[in-house]
Design a protein around this ligand. Sequence first.
Ligand SMILES: [Ca+2]
Ligand SMILES: [Ca+2]
Ligand SMILES: [Ca+2]
Ligand SMILES: [Ca+2]
Length: 302
Amino acid sequence: MASARSSRLIRVLGAAVIGILMATSVGGAATGTSSRPVTAASTNSLGPQGDADASAAGTAQVNRLFGIDSTGALWSYAANGAGGYEGRIESGYGWSTAQHLAQVDHNADNSADGHWDVTAGTLTYTAWGDAAEPITVGTGWGIYDKFLSAGNLGGAPADDLIARDSSGTLWIYLGYGDGKLTQRRAIGGGWNVYDQIAGKGDLSGDGKDDIVARDTAGVLWLYQGTGDYTAPFTPRTRIGSGWNIFNLLVSVGDVDLDGTADLITRDTGGGLWRYSGTRQAAAPYAARVQIGTGWNIYRLVF
Ligand SMILES: [Ca+2]
Ligand SMILES: [Ca+2]
Ligand SMILES: [Ca+2]
Ligand SMILES: [Ca+2]
């Protein structure tokens, strides 16, 4: 463990140096950029595209789950094959000021290839790999209070990005497959009735990626994906109530490796729960199963 960790830190250090060089070349783009701590997730060293988890048959993405603690350290968790996660691995540092992070699969092989982050209002894409050089995708992203990549919602097969501004409008940005994004397009207004939005795959069984959203009264709603980015979701349907016992809803795809995307929730005591996807729109999740404790040490989970 000690030797693995030191080699990982060397890799991360290399990425940090690249980040500093990039910030310099960006020049006037801002103090926010130059002061932004850059580290790589380093999951490449664990082989996210070639490991056992990703081979589990599927039509759903299988990704690690990441947490950022109060010191800005980044930890990763791999599926353990029994419906939960293996012990955590330290995978980076310097993330204490990151506002949002999301994993992205560019080539529809059901394994994420990198991540987007918003730090000091700047959107950056970092590919996972030895030569991971972060690229600045855009600025002005501080207007968004919700940010996620809920799989492929239209356009090219690459995962896309959705973000909600403070007025409650939800926006979609289509991924080109290299970390860059199209101009945004409004999905609709009124999304500020939700305090949690999550998704990373198909929940209804039609092969199109869906999302769920929890309103402030604790009701969970399903928005089925259409595959058409000009109107990416059908009208919502109610899943159930009482979901306000959780302070986090997130999906990174399939956790129990049955080929269907699942939902992860964290209760206010830090307990982590898995809701396995059923592929049935009327009841998209099976009964919850606890898969962890102590998760309230994480400021961000993605
Ligand atoms: Ca991929
Ligand atoms: Ca897409
Ligand atoms: Ca669907
Ligand atoms: Ca599953």
